[in-house]
Design a protein around this ligand. Sequence first.
Ligand SMILES: [Ca+2]
Ligand SMILES: [Ca+2]
Length: 178
Amino acid sequence: MKKLAISLILVCCIATTAGAVQIVETFEGFPVGTVLTTQIPGLTISASTGTATVQTASSPVVPGEPQGLAHLPYFDYPDYLIIDFSPMVSFVGAIVDFGQVDSGVMLTVYDGPGGTGNLLGSMATTDEVFISVGGVTIASARFETLGEDTYLIDNLTYDQDTVATESLSWDEIKSLFR
Ligand SMILES: [Ca+2]
Ligand SMILES: [Ca+2]
């Protein structure tokens, strides 16, 4: 009986060892001009006005991988690019690839879909760098210009929790106690 209790605890521990897998979307797999909505599993992409469209950076941050996601048309405000995550994620980041730098670009994450609910964190940049927010339970992420920047986001990075599918047989569990 005691062994059974210990074994059950062990099974619980094994089940919770599932981790998060980091996914990086480079946008290289879509033809230029593609309007992204639900093509990427787990993501719903939208824009407050206009469209979220795959474009090519003239001077890309990632050599050889110039395609990123832009809000088109530029200068149509608010220029929110909104990404909903289902299931929710605990980390979101992207490279900001500027065409024109003005006041910078900000990433804000929320616990509700479509940029609703509680604001969980934000990060802004005026440099072509990777910005991210993590450590919270994120339902949506919003990118926006803080001025009149033109930009693409590239290497959109997020984590996706994995559920452990591996389980041990009773004999395997018993063998752990030998
Ligand atoms: Ca650039
Ligand atoms: Ca790219």
